[in-house]
Design a protein around this ligand. Structure first.
Ligand SMILES: [Zn+2]
Length: 71
């Protein structure tokens, strides 16, 4: 099991209809993926998110245990 950070877009206010979720090993990577998703799916520019938006999104990030394939 590996610790991971995960974000479900539908948890975000106004995004209830979005089925996307992203998972990454580090929070930095997860933010990149959230931004990438917002850009592609919601036509948003994550560079324009203010601190309040980032703080809000941060509350929606969960830690999860992810089963990885045994080598
Ligand atoms: Zn979305």
């Amino acid at each position: 099991m590996t610790k991971a950070f995960t974000y479900h877009c539908r948890d975000c206010e106004g995004m209830e209809a979005c089925p996307a979720s992203v998972t990454a090993e580090t929070k930095g990577e997860l933010w990149q993926l959230i931004g990438h998703h917002a850009r592609i799916a919601h036509d948003e520019n994550p560079d324009e998110w203010d601190k309040a938006t980032r703080d809000y999104l941060d509350t929606l990030i969960h830690t999860a245990e992810v089963a990885t394939a045994a080598k």
